[in-house]
Structure formats: C-alpha cells, structure tokens
Design a protein around this ligand. Structure first.
Ligand code: ADP
Length: 402
C-alpha cells in the first residue's frame, strides 16, 4: 500500500509518498509560497529526477490537489490512481499531554490539536489545515497524526516541571513538553540497530542540530529529559532562537527598553541565536567559513553554540548515570565535523573520545566516529522523520487498508 506523508506549514506543504511496508520513497517534494503569485511545486521522482512547476497556488487544498494529480499522471507516475493511497500521515507539532503516541484522526483529535494551538500558534493551525484539506481531497482514506511532543510524554515530573507556583502547571499546563520527538525517536532506533543491541538496554543522548536544535536523554527507548521546553525556544542556541536565557531578561527588555511582548517574542525567536550573535547569518555553513576567515563575531557565535551543546551533554550524562552512545543528527549534526569536534574536545575522560580521522569530512551518512577507547560510542545518524511518520501511519492504518 502507499502512504502519503504530509507536513503542512503556514504557506507550504512538504510531502513524501512511500510504498509500504517496503519503505520505498516513490516521490517527495514541496509546495511553497502558497497564496502568493510566485508559488511553485518542486518534487523528486523515484529515480531522483527533479521537477519544478511554477504557477499560482491559491490555497492548501489547491496545493494538495496539484500534488495528487501529479502523482497519478504521466508514464512514470508512481500511482495509477488515488485509490492506491491507503493512509495519510501528518506531522503535528504540539499534542500537549493529550497524546503520548501516534493516533488516527477523529473529530476529538482535531479538537485537541486545535486546543493546543495556544502552545504552538505557528505550527498547529497549519498542521490542522493539512489534515482537513487531506480529508477533503481523500475523504475515504484514514488520516493519522504523528506528534513531535509525544515521545517526550515519558519525562518524569522532576524533568518536566518548572519551579513555578504549582497551580500554573495544574491549572494552565505550564510545563516542559519538548519537541523533535519524531527525530529523536528515529535516531534512537537506528542507534540500537547500529550497535546491534536492544533499545531497551541502551542509554543514549541524541543531539538534533538543525535550524531548530534540541538534545534528548533516552533511557530504554524512552525520553527522560530534553532541552526544548513549553515552547521550542528553550535549550540550545539555534539559528535564530536564543535558547536558555535568564528569565528576567524579557522583563528587562520590556521595562527598560520599552519593548512590547510581541517585539520581545520576535527578538527571542527570530533575531537571536546564531543570527543575533554573529550579526551575519543563521546558516552554520556560512558562519564556519566566516570564523575561519577571521570574523571575530562569527567565531564567538560558534563557541557559544558548541559550548551550550557541551553543557547539555554533561548534564544529560549526569541525568543518565552512564551513556552507551551519543548521536549527532540533523543539518549541522550530520554535516559539520567542525561542530562535532569542538563539542567533544577534551571530553574523553567523561567517556566521549572522537576518532578525528573518522570525523573529518564525514557528511550525511551513518558512521561510528568514536575512538576505539571511547567509553561511549559517538555516532552520526541522518534523521528521517518522514520515514518514521510513514511507519507509524502504516502500523496504525495498514490493516484497515489491506
Ligand atoms: P531544519 O531545522 O530547517 O530542518 P536542517 O536540519 O536542514 O534544519 O539544518 C539546517 C542547518 O544545517 C543550517 O544551519 C545549515 O547551515 C546546516 N548545515 C547543512 N550542511 C552543513 C554543513 N556541511 N556544514 C555545516 N552546517 C551545515
């Protein structure tokens, strides 16, 4: 059966079509700039041929219809008809405490996704729109929701509670939720496969370093702590987000600098992180090169970035007691030997010793880059969130379709 995976953003739809259970990608692509005159659809077919179609795409429904018509047209089309799609899997960012696993979409599930939009105002509404549009276009096909927060619902209270008045949690659900759960779960599974050991016996630290970044302590396949909080702003230094901060700073910005809440929000989410520190870019590639060519601000930004990751590795090593493997994933983690080496420099006594030759130049493929005498394995594992969504969707809806 075919599974369509959808990640709907405010003006975009990312999609991937899988043949399951073979896990073969038949097509993947992106509709972007929906609602603008310059919208377009870019996609790849199963033979990695790339295509672009530029034309105004009025709304998400028109975007999805265009994708579906392409998937069924032409001699090389991956499907003859839409009837071959057995289920649609949706990435949904925030499921709060309501969802600790993947679920089939019902009216109650939709209402809960809507209710959690206050916690993820930029993500949940478009995710929900994606679900509604898919149901409209494929009315008889089961829809499945896979949450970014679900994996972290195993956090114990001492890891998810903030030291605030207890009623803020009890009455308003102010707590740590964590994100990137789909990615952390995926790489944890791959780490177990690479190590040839059951996940249930492993203690892992997963570093998802992309534009957004988070780190996760995983014990026996369960998330026990993670760096993102009630929102994705907490934790590591990110492309444009500040990560951990003295909570008095936003108040200072408001009182002393006269900023309003919306301005502070924008500053912390869009103008901080690597972009803010370097005054130059949120792109790690560019900053690595700039630092190398003598840009002092870029060099300091790289140091702050790597130091924050190091501190979290130390904290989560303590949280877990001992660690079997540390995993680097996502754009920076998979590709930047410079960041991996800087983060782990001098950490051999803690159990993380890098094989510098194995690390050097390694990009975008699975590898063990630890020195032979490293107590913990250090792994690079490309993440594949879409594949995990396809697997979950197939596991939940596959029997209904067959
Ligand atoms: P997103 O969170 O948007 O999915 P990605 O996981 O694609 O982000 O990661 C994007 C980041 O990865 C960017 O900062 C980019 O500069 C960085 N990156 C990609 N390739 C490299 C590379 N070869 N060296 C350093 N950083 C890289």
């Amino acid at each position: 059966m075919k599974v369509l995976v959808i990640n709907a953003g405010s003006s975009s739809i990312k999609f991937e079509l899988y043949a399951m259970p073979q896990e073969q990608v038949l097509a993947s692509g992106l509709v972007e700039r929906i609602g603008e005159s310059t919208s377009r659809l870019v996609w790849r077919d199963a033979r990695d041929g790339r295509h672009t179609l530029e034309r105004p795409i009025q709304d998400h429904a028109a975007g999805l219809e265009l994708v579906l018509s392409l998937l069924c047209s032409g001699t090389d089309a991956p499907m003859e008809s839409l009837d071959e799609i057995g289920a649609v899997g949706h990435r949904v960012v925030h499921g709060g405490e309501a969802f600790s696993q993947t679920v089939g979409v019902t009216a109650e599930v939709e209402a809960a996704i809507q209710a959690h939009a206050v916690l993820a105002p930029l993500h949940n509404p478009p995710n929900l729109l994606g679900i509604r549009v898919a149901r409209q276009v494929l009315p008889d096909v089961p829809q499945v929701a896979v949450f970014d927060t679900a994996f972290h619902q195993t956090l114990p209270p001492h890891a998810y509670l903030y030291a605030l008045p207890a009623e803020l949690y009890r009455e308003h659900r102010v707590r740590r939720y964590g994100f990137h759960g789909i990615s952390h779960r995926f790489v944890a599974g791959r780490a177990a496969a690479l190590l040839g050991r059951p996940l249930e016996q492993l203690r892992l630290i997963s570093c998802h370093l992309g534009n957004g970044a988070s780190i996760c302590a995983i014990e026996a396949g369960r998330s026990v702590d993670t760096s993102m909080g009630m929102t994705p702003l907490e934790g590591l230094v990110m492309g444009t987000r500040c990560g951990d901060l003295d909570p008095a700073i936003p108040l200072y910005l408001q009182r002393q600098l006269g900023m309003d809440a919306a301005e502070v929000d924008r500053l912390l989410n869009k103008r901080s992180g690597m972009l803010g520190l370097s005054g130059r870019s949120n792109d790690l590639r560019e900053l690595e090169q700039a630092a190398e060519s003598g840009d002092a601000d870029a060099a300091v930004a790289m140091q702050v970035y790597c130091y924050r990751i190091r501190k979290y590795i130390g904290a989560y090593t303590a949280a877990l007691g001992s660690v079997d493997a540390l995993v680097f994933t996502a754009g920076v983690g998979e590709n930047s030997d410079v960041v991996r080496a800087a983060v782990l420099e001098g950490l051999a006594p803690m159990g993380y010793a890098l094989d510098l030759d194995a690390n050097r130049g390694l990009r975008g493929r699975e590898a063990d880059i630890s020195a032979v005498d490293s107590r913990a394995r250090v792994l690079v594992i490309p993440t594949d969130e879409e594949l995990l969504i396809a697997r979950d969707t197939y596991a939940l809806a596959g029997h209904r379709a067959s």
